[in-house]
Design a binder for this molecule. Sequence first.
Ligand code: KG4
Ligand code: ZN
Length: 341
Amino acid sequence: MALILGLESSCDETAAALVTSDRRIIAHTLAGQEAAHRPYGGVVPEIAARAHVEVMAPLVEAALAEAGITLADVDAIAATAGPGLIGGVMVGLVTGKALALASGKPLVAVNHLEGHALSPRLTDPDLAFPYLLLLVSGGHCQLLLVEGVGAYRRLATTIDDAAGEAFDKTAKLLGLGFPGGPAVEKAAALGDARAVPLPRPLLGSAEPHFSFAGLKSAVARVVGQYSAQDVAASFQQAVVDCLIDRTRRALASVDATALVVAGGVAANASVRGALQALATEHGLRFVAPPLWLCTDNAAMIAWAGAERFAAGLTDPLDFPARPRWPLDPDAEKVRGAGVKA
Ligand code: KG4
Ligand code: ZN
């Protein structure tokens, strides 16, 4: 059994967690920055980096105190090394390096996307490789065949905006505030999903990818003509239709043990419900992490660290922070794609 300390700071959440290789979450701490970014309607990188600096060390101390242990009891230190906002990534990575150096414990540099990709295995011991993963977050929208730790085959990605980005922009257009995803979901619950005609970009397309920019522009054109609730509901349904269509296409080309969803947008009940139905239709198990593990957190980084540590994968202390870091280095480049995960 190994005990891993995980650190996360790639976007607007600072977090530290202690997780064991036998799937026990010993402690997890998290500080969001929503209030700091709300006046700007989005994440401001410089404000985010400064906030990470202020709370990272106290959060590590709080996690160790919650567990009643010291750094000497930890087997390895895992820190997000990218992709993400470079200032924030550096705060967590440098903290991880300093703790590793001071304690003599190995460093595991974790790809934030790998944290999301492996997080379903933290809470589901039966989830075996290979599984088809829909990774939907604020910066990414990808379909990946997860073949093993460190082995990811990207089947599709967005050619413009990520799904979470579309939720956030729709929320902004509707004046629903920040962060947008939960606000749109709440408004959508009170609206009619058939009220507003909206496009479903690339639906039925022979190419595997996603696109949400046209949907976002269409939302901008109808704002004011319908109630915010009806726009939110119709928008959410359009996103769900696109996600399901693309995932169904990918399912036809792979042999997977399960259909899995991860990332912030996986917290959306309509997205989860539609994916569950799709999995049932294919006779597959559907696996989704609990809501708090879908949005950014350090338990998923500690868990990815545990999986890598068990595979003998540790990293040198000069490992660089990587603002861009694709999970599948062999995947063809597609235009668009954000930097956060
Ligand atoms: O993975 P995540 O916490 O952060 C990164 O992007 O790395 O994902 C955040 C994204 C945001 O775009 C947010 O609006 C979206 O996930 N999100 C949701 C929901 N909760 C969070 N989107 C739709 N419905 C939700 N309930
Ligand atoms: Zn993320």
